[in-house]
Design a protein. Structure first.
Length: 234
């Protein structure tokens, strides 16, 4: 009989979380090649035409990163890679990590995702489990690379879902506080007005995606975090 040591048990637990998140995510919709085939091919073509920097800051997740077209200009002097793909849920980034995370050997990973998970019917518990699965997979391949979770934002279009999004944020915040190399950044308060409602000027006409004013708030929140990990703007 083989006895498992503590390291074995930790890895078994992390893999269990991964399986749980993948299973729960697929209850909402299929996660796999057919959903994001074109997006992955587009990223591969970009990488071939313009090889991305190694040891950079990797921004991964859904459309709030995907639409951040001024990312490199907003963090001058910091090597950044944007691999947000619109409409994705957390489990999509986990599934495609072998194509849009590991090849870049990032020094820091920033994730914005979970917004679409809630919109597609995921519970806050499922959002937490999906993020834990991403972290578990990242720890297996990139054990020393910090992961920063940018909180789910309050928006005009999805304001009715904000209680669930806020609950998911709080669960991730609490879990992150117990983990080494994991950071939670709360961008919500700055995006709310004095009455606690989303500030309309931060959003384009769809009420979901952000204007430059919205991204300016994110830049202000993220610059100090990047500096803590040794990334300083010019």
């Amino acid at each position: 009989m083989r006895w498992f040591n503590s390291a074995d048990k930790r890895w078994m637990l992390m893999l269990a979380w991964l399986l749980l998140a993948v299973t729960t995510a697929t209850e909402a919709r299929e996660v796999g090649p057919s959903q994001w085939h074109d997006a992955m091919d587009a990223f591969a073509a970009q990488d071939q035409a313009h090889p991305p920097p190694q040891k950079a800051v990797l921004f991964i997740g859904s459309s709030s990163f995907n639409y951040w077209h001024t990312l490199a200009q907003d963090f001058p002097g910091i090597p950044v890679i944007n691999r947000g793909f619109g409409g994705s849920v957390i489990a999509d980034s986990t599934y495609y990590a072998d194509r849009i995370v590991w090849p870049y050997h990032p020094r820091l990973i920033l994730m914005y995702a979970g917004d679409n998970d809630i919109a597609e019917g995921a519970t806050p518990e499922r959002v937490l489990a999906a993020f834990q699965a991403f972290v578990a997979k990242a720890r297996k391949r990139l054990p020393d690379v910090p992961v920063v979770y940018v909180s789910i934002k309050p928006s005009v279009a999805r304001w009715a879902l904000w209680p669930l999004m806020h609950e998911a944020n709080e669960k991730i915040r609490a879990w992150a506080a117990t983990q080494h190399g994991l950071r939670y950044v709360d961008i919500g308060p700055a995006m709310l007005d004095a009455q606690g409602k989303p500030r309309p000027e931060l959003f384009i006409a769809d009420g979901l995606h952000m204007t430059p004013a919205g991204y300016a708030l994110w830049i202000a929140a993220l610059k100090p975090v990047l500096a803590e990990y040794g990334f300083h703007t010019r």
